[in-house]
Design a protein around this ligand. Structure first.
Ligand code: BG6
Length: 306
């Protein structure tokens, strides 16, 4: 996706305590759709208030690391297609109520930017979701997303149960990675890991690296491992580490599903792969009053030409 260039340095959306001159810019990417542009010595990134959604991340002197669809919706209530959608407080369909939105509430709402910080290593932004405004949630809890843009990109999602009853939290950091071509990349790090192929509901064990020649929708289980996208076309490896997650989803829609998605160009399935640090299946967390759970990921590019 090409991002517009006209940034407004003085932002009406940022209060004085949130401004960081020459490091944070406000950009209304579509009417009523504010984003924050971060640029520092190490990288640049665009983060939408809608979903606390990282839309792009470009380490200095590198190509973009994340894919965002040029046909994405940019309006309240519709998830952005690409970047890092935050799925919360469940992954995929709700376990018992099919009427509730797939991947939860967080990616379809505006969050609030509550803190910003500049350090020599990274720029930090903290977003909060107004959970009280989500009627269907029916529980008192807080959820914050902490995003650090530096030589690495870190995203952490912390849920705290503020209610009297236990609260179960799942979700995912549903990251879309920009790749040179789905047919020429491979994914390492999941050798000998069990996975559920959600297209057939069968369980298998991964042997060696993953290659792609058809639709791929799998949940790797009982794994805290780093995954690595090896991309000879872009001469780089993307390293994805995670904490607070024992399930990793690997997804590419391939030809037919891509055609059926209104917010994705038909041929763009070749340009991205989703690797998702996830809390799904049994890997969900029952929080007692005042207990917290943090799901986080760290993304780093290794330039293979160096
Ligand atoms: C992945 C799921 O995480 O998200 C897929 O494993 C799903 O089954 C994909 O199709 C995209 O979901 P959505 O709701 O953003 O279209």
């Amino acid at each position: 996706m090409t991002f517009p260039n006209q940034f407004t340095p003085m932002t009406p959306a940022l209060s004085e305590d949130l401004k960081i001159p020459f490091e944070l810019w406000f950009l209304e990417m579509a009417p009523g759709f504010p984003t924050i542009r971060v640029s520092n010595a190490h990288a640049s990134a665009t983060i939408a208030l809608h979903g606390a959604h990282v839309m792009d991340y470009i380490p200095r002197d590198q190509q973009p690391v994340l894919y965002t669809s040029p046909e994405t919706h940019l309006r309240e209530g519709k998830a952005i297609r690409g970047g890092i959608p935050i799925c919360w407080p469940w992954f995929s369909a709700h376990p018992t109520n099919p009427a509730l939105p797939s991947h939860g509430f967080a990616r379809n709402r505006f969050w609030q930017l509550t803190h910003t910080k500049s350090t020599p290593e990274y720029t930090e932004l903290i977003f909060e979701l107004d959970t009280k405004s989500i009627e269907e949630l029916g529980h008192d809890c807080s959820v914050t997303a902490t995003i650090r843009v530096g030589a690495e990109l870190e995203v952490s999602l912390t849920t705290t149960n503020l209610g009297e009853n236990d609260f179960t939290v799942g979700g995912a950091l549903h990251s879309y990675f920009q790749i040179s071509n789905i047919s020429s990349i491979s994914v390492n790090g999941l050798d000998q890991t069990a996975f559920i192929d959600t297209l057939t509901d069968k369980t298998h064990t991964q042997t060696g690296s993953i290659q792609f020649d058809s639709e791929y929708d799998t949940i790797y289980t009982d794994t805290a491992a780093e995954t690595i996208i090896h991309d000879p076309g872009f001469n780089r490896d993307i390293h994805i580490t995670k904490k607070g997650s024992l399930t990793t989803v690997v997804w590419n829609p391939w030809i037919d599903k891509a055609k059926a998605m209104a917010d994705l160009p038909d041929g763009d399935y070749t340009e991205f792969l989703c690797i998702e640090p996830t809390n799904a299946l049994d890997d969900v967390y029952s929080l007692k009053t005042n207990e917290s759970h943090t799901l986080s990921t760290c993304i780093r590019v290794e330039d293979l030409s160096l």
